[in-house]
Design a protein. Structure first.
Length: 489
C-alpha cells in the first residue's frame, strides 16, 4: 500500500470553510453550499415564446379544411415542445448543470463527505492481476481510547486490552458507496469489539479514482479494476494495512521482501458485503491466510449459481495482433456511439432533485423512514467528476465477465462461495430483509438450499438496505450470529 500523503475528511487550505455536520448523523457532512448535486430548474424561454405565438396564430380550424388545420396544430405543438425541451436542456447544461468536481478539488477547497473519510493512493493486492496504484476514498473508524483519570463509571466502560476482531471491512453494493455503511459502521466496530473498521469506495463508485484506459493493454483489461476482483484487491490492501499497523495483544506482523507488512496468521477479521459487494467480500476471504479467523456477513447477497460443469484451463491465451486492433477499434467506436449519449442520459437522470429519494423509497421496507441524511449519503458521490463513466465501465466489466471466478469446482458465484466455505476457521451467514424488492427471497432461498450450513436471518419489515433502515435491529441480528467461541470464527 503506497503511503504518500494520506488526506482526511476536511480540507486544510485557506479556501476551505468549516464543514457542516448533519444534526441527525454525526459522521456525515453536508455538501458544500457552493456545490449542488441536482440540476437547477429553469423555464424555457423558447417554449414560452412559441406558446405565446400559438395563441395569436390563426389555424383556421373548422369547415372543410378541418383536417388540414388540425394537422398544422399538431405539427406546431410538436415543434414547440421539441424546441422548448432542447432549449431548456441547453440552458441547464450550460449554466445550471449539477456540480462535478474531482476528489482533489474537494480536498483542496472543500471537504470529503465524512469525518471518517480518508483518501490515499493504494497498491491493490491480487495474486494474478497486474493493477496500477489507485487513489482510494475510504472510511476508517477506530473506537476512541478513554483516559484512566476519568470517573469510575467511565473506567468500567473502557475497552478491554484484547480485541475480538483485529479489523472489520465493509463492501458496498451497486449504485452505492462506502457512505452507505456509515450509519452502522461505528456501532458494529464497537459491539463486535473490533480494533478498527474500514469501508472503501469501489472503482466506478464514490470518490475513488477511475483509472484511464492504457493504450498498451486490451480494452477489456482496462475494465479489470472495475470488477469484483479489482474491488477485492483494493479492500485486501486496506485490510492488510489495518492489520499490519494493529495493536492486537496476540497478533503481530511480519515484513515481506517488498518492504510491506503482511498479517500474522493469528488475526481475526470480520468481512461484510452488501448485494453485489458480497462477491468482492468472498474474494477477499480467499486472499487472506487460511489460518486467519474469518466471520463473514453477506447482506442481500447478489450471488448467481453459474456453471458447475466446466473444464478449467491454466493456459493464458493472448489475442492475436489482428484481434487486438479490432477490439481497440470497437472500443473507440463504442465510446462515440454509446458512451456519449448514455453518460448524458445518466447525468440528466441522476440530476433530478428527487432521484435518490424516490429510489431509496422503492428499495426500503418502509419508505417513510427515508430521511434527508439517507438521501445525502447517495447524493454525495454524484458530484464526483466522471462518476457516470465509471458506472458504465463497471457495467461493462460485469457484462464481459472480465474477472469471472473459475476454479476446479466450476465457475461463478456459487463456486466462489463453495471455496470460501471450505476454508478453515471461517463462518458465513446471511441477513436479508423480507421486503427486499431488489434481491428476492427466491434468490436467497436458492443459496441456503444449496449451502444449508449457512445460517439465514430474515429481517422483518426491512428492504434491501437493512443496515441503513434500522441500524439497532441489524446490529442485534449480527451479534446473534456471532460464534460464541473465538476458535469457531
Amino acid at each position: 500500500m503506497a503511503e504518500g500523503q494520506g488526506a482526511t475528511g476536511a480540507a486544510t487550505g485557506a479556501a476551505a470553510s468549516n464543514p457542516s455536520i448533519r444534526p441527525d448523523e454525526r459522521n456525515l457532512y453536508d455538501i458544500p453550499a457552493q456545490l449542488h448535486p441536482a440540476t437547477i430548474a429553469t423555464l424555457s424561454l423558447v417554449l414560452s415564446a412559441l406558446v405565446s405565438h400559438m395563441k395569436r396564430q390563426d389555424f383556421g380550424v373548422g369547415g372543410k379544411h378541418n383536417i388540414v388545420a388540425w394537422r398544422k396544430v399538431f405539427l406546431f405543438v410538436t415543434k414547440a415542445v421539441a424546441i422548448g425541451g432542447i432549449s431548456r436542456m441547453v440552458l441547464q447544461d450550460t449554466f445550471l448543470a449539477p456540480s462535478r468536481v474531482s476528489t482533489r478539488t474537494l480536498l483542496q477547497k472543500y471537504w470529503l463527505p465524512s469525518p471518517l473519510s480518508k483518501f490515499r493512493v493504494v497498491q491493490p493486492l491480487h495474486a494474478t492481476m497486474d493493477m496500477d496504484p489507485v487513489g482510494v476514498h475510504y472510511l476508517e473508524y477506530a473506537p476512541p481510547v478513554r483516559k484512566n483519570d476519568e470517573d469510575q463509571h467511565t473506567q468500567h466502560q473502557q475497552r478491554p486490552t484484547r480485541f475480538k476482531f483485529d479489523a472489520i471491512h465493509f463492501n458496498h453494493g451497486f449504485g452505492a458507496s462506502s457512505l452507505s455503511w456509515l450509519p452502522v459502521m461505528p456501532s458494529l466496530v464497537d459491539q463486535l469489539n473490533a480494533r478498527i473498521g474500514v469501508a472503501h469506495d469501489s472503482v466506478g463508485f464514490g470518490f475513488t479514482d477511475r483509472p484511464k484506459h492504457n493504450s498498451k493493454n486490451r480494452p477489456k483489461d482496462a475494465l479489470l479494476p472495475y470488477g469484483s476482483a479489482g474491488s477485492a484487491a483494493i479492500g485486501s490492501a486496506l485490510l492488510q494495512h489495518s492489520l499490519s499497523n494493529g495493536t492486537h495483544t496476540e497478533a503481530t506482523s511480519t515484513t515481506t521482501t517488498t518492504g510491506t507488512s503482511t498479517p500474522n496468521n493469528s488475526n481475526a477479521v470480520a468481512l461484510f458485503g452488501h448485494s453485489m459487494g458480497s462477491i468482492a467480500t468472498l474474494r477477499m476471504a480467499l486472499s487472506l491466510p487460511k489460518e486467519t479467523r474469518k466471520f463473514i456477513v453477506l447482506v442481500a447477497p447478489a450471488l448467481l449459481p453459474g456453471n458447475t460443469n466446466v473444464t478449467v484451463s491454466n493456459r493464458v491465451q493472448k489475442p492475436s495482433p489482428y484481434k487486438l486492433q479490432l477490439e481497440v477499434f470497437i472500443s473507440a467506436l463504442r465510446r462515440v456511439i454509446l458512451d456519449v449519449p448514455l453518460t448524458y442520459f445518466l447525468r440528466r437522470l441522476v440530476g433530478q432533485r428527487d432521484f435518490w429519494k424516490n429510489g431509496l423509497r422503492l428499495a426500503w421496507g418502509n419508505p417513510e423512514l427515508v430521511s434527508e441524511s439517507d438521501v445525502l449519503r447517495f447524493q454525495w458521490p454524484s458530484i464526483g467528476r466522471g462518476w457516470e463513466k465509471g458506472l458504465l465501465a463497471f457495467t461493462r466489466a460485469k457484462l464481459f465477465a472480465v474477472d469471472k471466478y473459475t476454479t476446479g469446482n466450476g465457475e461463478g458465484d456459487f463456486a466462489l462461495l463453495r471455496d470460501v466455505l471450505a476454508l478453515p476457521h471461517t463462518s458465513v451467514c446471511i441477513l436479508h430483509g423480507d421486503k427486499d424488492t431488489v434481491i428476492s427471497s427466491k434468490v436467497i432461498q436458492s443459496i441456503v438450499q444449496t449451502f444449508p450450513q449457512i445460517p439465514l436471518i430474515q429481517l422483518q419489515g426491512q428492504g434491501h438496505d437493512p443496515f441503513e433502515e434500522q441500524t439497532d435491529t441489524f446490529v442485534s441480528a449480527v451479534l446473534s450470529l456471532l460464534p460464541s467461541h473465538d476458535d469457531e470464527i
